[in-house]
Design a protein around this ligand. Sequence first.
Ligand code: PEP
Ligand code: MG
Length: 589
Amino acid sequence: MSEQLKEIELKGIGVSRGVAVGPVFLLTNEEDRLVEREIGEEDIPREIARFEEALISTRYQIHEIQQKVGEAIGQKSASIFDAHLLVVDDRAFVEEVIRGLSAQRKNVEAVLSSVANRYAKALEDLKDDYLRERAADIRDVTRRILRNLSGRSSQLLSQLEHPCVVIANDLAPSDTASLNRTKVIGFATDLGSPTSHTAIMARALEIPAVVGLHDVSVRVSPGDVVLIDGNKGLIIIHPTRERLERYGKIAEARQMIQSGLSALKNEQAVTRDGYNVLLSANIELPSDVEAVVGNGAYGVGLFRSEYLYLAQDGMPSEEEQFKAYDEVAQRLAPAPVIIRTLDLGGDKFLSHLKTPQELNPFMGWRAIRFCLAQPDIFKTQLRAILRASRHGNVKIMYPMISNVDEVLQANTFLEQAKHELRTKGISFNEDLEVGVMVEVPSAALTANLIAPHVNFFSLGTNDLVQYTLAVDRVNERIAYLYEPTHPAIMRLIKHTIDVGHEHDVWTGICGEMAGNPLMAPLLVGLGVDELSVSPTMVPLVKDAIRSIRYSQAEDLARAALASECAKDVLELCRKLTEEVAPEILELVE
Ligand code: PEP
Ligand code: MG
């Protein structure tokens, strides 16, 4: 019998429910923890090609940054990047790396690091201030080249051979979009928070996940057995037999509750006194439709269309997009399907677009801002969505609207796309509804100005919380400040719903808080018309709604609006759940 290694328990943030046990697959793609690999003679040309490619991307990115900085704060400031370009174009430096491949017989990341370190150290030791500063340039550019070399994590994840728990410092949404679902039985990362897109993706894939563990990726070794508990936010390294047995019993009890909930599949999300809420689901890819139907949701309240772009190397054509949207619309008709136009940026990037790196990507060139600046990309998508509207159930939604002008501009492009289809004799639904995500505080506060131009609002609380409370949604250090029940959020939600109703604009919520069964009754009490949640959360949210009377939801909302802090509101939600649906607490706590 093998010796029992010491059990280690680490606490993080559980972001996707469920428990999994398996060997660790360690994903290390950070430049500060370089993976050093021996290479053979035959591998050298491939490593050189990777290096050259990364240099081209790096040069391109520096040029872009330089141009942007030049436009924003003047050419003088932009000229500091000349020094960065000099590093990329320094043939002596580049050739030393290439020679190092043959001499050291190591992968290009390892060789580049050692050469760059040597150069930087030599400069740091000099007395001349100007030359010493060049050392920082070398380190900065090297980091950028390494990052460009490391676009390989998605590849590794899609090639896994055995079921395993993936552990990484961080995972990009594009990594999660490309993983082999049958092989990844759990995630754990050092960084991350509940509303990062990686966490949202894990929930959609029904993969137990824990994030914000700080240093899990350095505490495990490949092949270590770990138990991951997505409910409690725990990861247990080398779990003991007793621990595994205890978990086995809990799993059995949860299974019983879960099967009870699946009986609600064909029931409506209606309160005990007959108040109906539209309960739909959020999806990332057309294949998620099975989970929408299987979990008993009515339609799709948010189709994050950017995953079609993230899941492949180039831009999807109009035809490819049309097929994807059409498939979903046809499968779910007559239930509504809300397709959100491309929401790139923030924590979702396309490497082939080579967009410049930004200091504050969530507040940068993101979503509708990107689309309005790229009419070809935007209109291709609008035409594809319009064509799929032939089934009568498709609606369009613009992300990250922050003022009326953006809505007007987007609508103008939509009219142009319609005109293009009409001239080609292609039919679409002339009455297609158009809506906006209310996820920037300025949109919530000016909802009365936006309302006349749209048919519906969908509150994107994931972003609304981060922008209102100034809390980066993917930063685990400040995750404790990320509070959807904060009084400011309560007020913004209430205001948006009320203004929407005054203007005959129906209002839903598609942020993750809608899928929290403790908070769903609160949102119903605030007057929301629709909740769109991760498919896996549909049965729990339905149970929560079916367990309350509408008056209880209204009382809860009233008390929440009168509360002083987020924790008090959460406690009120918890109390009501304990009273009316204690089985929910068994599952989520
Ligand atoms: C949101 O911000 O609440 C939302 C649903 O959009 P995303 O999570 O994709 O940013
Ligand atoms: Mg958002």
